[in-house]
Design a binder for this molecule. Structure first.
Ligand code: ATP
Length: 362
């Protein structure tokens, strides 16, 4: 069992004239309003001078490395609109975000792992107005979620591309970004109007599979799923000035984030009290189910805006962070034996049985 890793990140003020007015005081892994005391609410608090490089290093790198070794992983950004989620996940020219860094890191790690061979598949989807769309293939819309013993929870009909270099993945990611729903609101000129999930499936098996007399872990195939998630931001309609299409989008965004909040609340209660977890109440929580209290290593970066007008929303985000911090997951390496390995094992077991029988007859 391990805890979800949660961090809070303060973005710099939007208006330069307010740059020296600080309402929030980050101090180690605490953040407080007015007075520098308070209980730790997350594992890290990043102040407004921090870079995406340091967020990646402290919060996500370990999960990415574990994904290459066979553990499921999820990293997601949560926070009100315009607080810096997309900036954290996508980054800028000079300071690439989590996704860019994760992709580079995965291929570097793979290159260093000389005793295994890898197959990497990527997909990119968005949840827009509670419908799942494929960002690699615009014709694939309104996709359905299914569950099977072999694949767990998956989205059927989603295009998966087999990739073999970081450059190829980043190019594909950029092509998907073009199809994503963005829109202008009073709060953000380029506001994400959908939740996006960039997914990498990492499959590997040992190179040393030639020994015929014994089966070993080298015969097993490891399959891990890595989700890099940029959520749409919660918003107050009065502040965003949303009407028409934006209003409809805002309602769907708020509803699915409310379900996510409910799931986090339930999970943060002790195992005895928690009862039914409402994963099925939204597509977002259904897809993220393994990441929330399941078989995955998860980190959450909660982004907040420093301005006084956003204090109430910021308090809500900090509450979300402190609840999420209480969640424990149970991550394990996903290893399955190949058919050939299973056959080898069966043969050995039969052999053993035969020897035993002969021994008892003698
Ligand atoms: N840490 C940061 N450093 C510099 N600029 C930032 C930082 N965080 C956010 N910004 C800037 O603030 C603005 C809003 O950020 P961003 O679009 O990432 O917010 P968001 O939380 O994704 O919003 P939404 O939910 O509306 O999509 C952008 O112009 C972004 O470049």
């Amino acid at each position: 069992m391990e805890k979800i890793c949660v961090a809070v990140r303060v973005r710099p003020p939007v208006a330069p004239e307010t740059s020296n007015v600080t309402y929030w005081k980050p101090e180690d892994n605490r953040i407080s309003l007015h007075k520098p005391l308070g209980t730790p609410i997350s594992d890290h608090v990043f102040d407004q001078t921090c870079t995406n490089a340091s967020v990646y290093e402290l919060l996500t790198r370990e999960i990415i490395h574990a994904a290459v070794e066979g553990f499921n992983g999820t990293a997601f950004a949560y926070g009100q609109t315009s607080s810096g989620k997309t900036f954290t996940m996508n980054g800028s020219e000079t300071d690439p975000g989590i996704i860019h860094r994760a992709v580079k890191d995965i291929f570097e790690k793979i290159q260093m792992t000389t005793d295994r061979e890898f197959l990497i598949r990527v997909s990119y989807m968005e949840i827009y107005n509670e419908e799942i769309n494929d960002l690699f293939a615009v014709e694939n819309q309104k996709l359905q979620i299914h569950e099977s013993l072999e694949r767990g929870i998956y989205v059927s009909g989603l295009r998966e591309e087999i990739v073999n270099s970081a450059e190829q993945v980043l190019k594909l990611f950029e092509s998907g970004e073009v199809n994503r729903h963005f829109g202008e609101t009073n709060m953000n000129v380029r506001s994400s109007r959908s939740h996006t999930i960039f997914r990498m499936v990492i499959e590997s098996k040992g190179k040393d599979t030639h020994s015929s007399s014994e089966y070993s872990s080298a015969d097993a195939v490891r399959v891990s799923v890595l989700n890099l998630v940029d959520l749409a931001g919660s918003e107050r309609i009065a502040k965003t000035g949303a009407g028409g299409v934006r209003l409809k989008e805002g309602k769907y965004i708020n509803k699915s984030l409310m379900v996510l909040g409910n799931v986090i609340n339930k999970l943060s209660e002790g195992a005895r009290q928690r009862g039914h977890i409402p994963y099925r109440d939204s597509k977002l929580t259904r897809i993220l189910q393994p990441a929330l209290g399941g078989n995955a290593k998860t980190s959450i970066i909660c982004t907040i805006a420093p301005e006084e007008v956003h204090i109430e929303e910021t308090k809500g985000t900090l509450q979300f962070a402190s609840r999420a911090k209480r969640i424990t997951n149970c991550a394990q390496v996903n290893e399955i034996l190949t058919d050939a390995a299973l056959l080898k094992r069966q043969k050995l077991e039969i052999e053993e049985l035969r020897n035993k029988l002969q021994g008892s007859r003698a």
